[in-house]
Design a protein around this ligand. Sequence first.
Ligand SMILES: C[S@@+](CC[C@H](N)C(=O)[O-])C[C@H]1O[C@@H](n2cnc3c(N)ncnc32)[C@H](O)[C@@H]1O
Length: 383
Amino acid sequence: MLTAKGERWHRSRHPWIYRDDLQAVDGSAAGQIVQVKAADGRPLGQAFCNPASKITLRWLTDNAEEPIDRNFWAGRIQQALAFRQRVVRDSNAYRLISSEADGFPGLIVDRYGEVLVLQSLSLGIEKVLPMILELLVEQVRPCAVVARNESSIRALEGLPQEKGLIHGKLPERIEIQEGKCRFWVDVLEGHKTGFYLDQRENRLWAKGYARGRVLDAFAYQGGFSLQVAENAEEVLAIEDSAAAVERLNENLRLNGQVRVKAERANVFDRLRELEKQGDKFDLIILDPPAFAKNRGEIRDAWRGYREINLRGLRLLNPGGVLITCSCSYLITEEIFGEILREASRDAHRTVRFLESRAQSRDHPVVLTHPESRYLKCVALEVV
Ligand SMILES: C[S@@+](CC[C@H](N)C(=O)[O-])C[C@H]1O[C@@H](n2cnc3c(N)ncnc32)[C@H](O)[C@@H]1O
């Protein structure tokens, strides 16, 4: 049963209910689907319950009567598939199920051609996972399904860390296609579930700004580098993970791409060196990892983002474009805008705003779930 404050919060349509907003929770409901009631006993709907988690309820449906059974989950998978058919273009790798945004609280399923990779991040979804796996196999017919259940969020839900093949047989190599480029993806060892699928549309869009000399900083396995190379004279890709640089070079060979040079280096150091050498670029892409993972890290993250953006702006030729990203949810669009203003001021450059974007549409943003809009990607032009 919700408190009066909990009911007001629920009316905002946020899909999570916190422990403090509940009058009572049945301790034996861990991982179960529970009926949620208003303070006056009115039924409001049904939710996954985990009394041990601060996010105690995760909303499933406003319909208190609806049976949450095999048919319910089958219908939600069909809806998720139909949505991807509407929004995914030019690729066979995308997010098929995006947690709350698709009505699967705590479940992520990414598709790499014939291979599915999932992450289960809530106790409730973990309990129904065998049924969902069966349905995914029935509806999508993957050759393999891999679980990458290694997130720290699982610990908050009291779930163990684990990864491995849970269905079928993995092909020797997984090759995906994105626009005109091909990539080899390592779904067991790669970052996230193997690839940064949330940047797919931004990578294809960035191509439109590519010309002359391009710098791709925080390059991972060359996602942006390969896309922009088509319109550039040369691309310098910087990445500090040895495994990612190795895979980047393999991806260059796979595409016969010779205009990209990959360097293993720390971006912070390398940007300073490039500036000292008097290097200049026509397009710079900054796609760093999340610098702020909790509120306590915001101040340091602010400094980090300002530093790379300031250097990026100084390294651009007049008319050059900076494509700059932040995937920290805690660095809001407003904060990111303020950081970019500071960077422009400290770089002593006049900077024009061109465009602002979010994550690819297969990672849907739900308006009443602000946490679902986490990726910012801004294009700026130096005058
Ligand atoms: C968000 S990912 C980049 C994704 C990539 N742009 C893509 O589209 O596939 C960030 C990358 O930065 C790398 N990284 C983190 N800190 C770094 C540093 N200080 N210098 C260089 N690379 C770094 C990580 O290894 C990771 O590959």
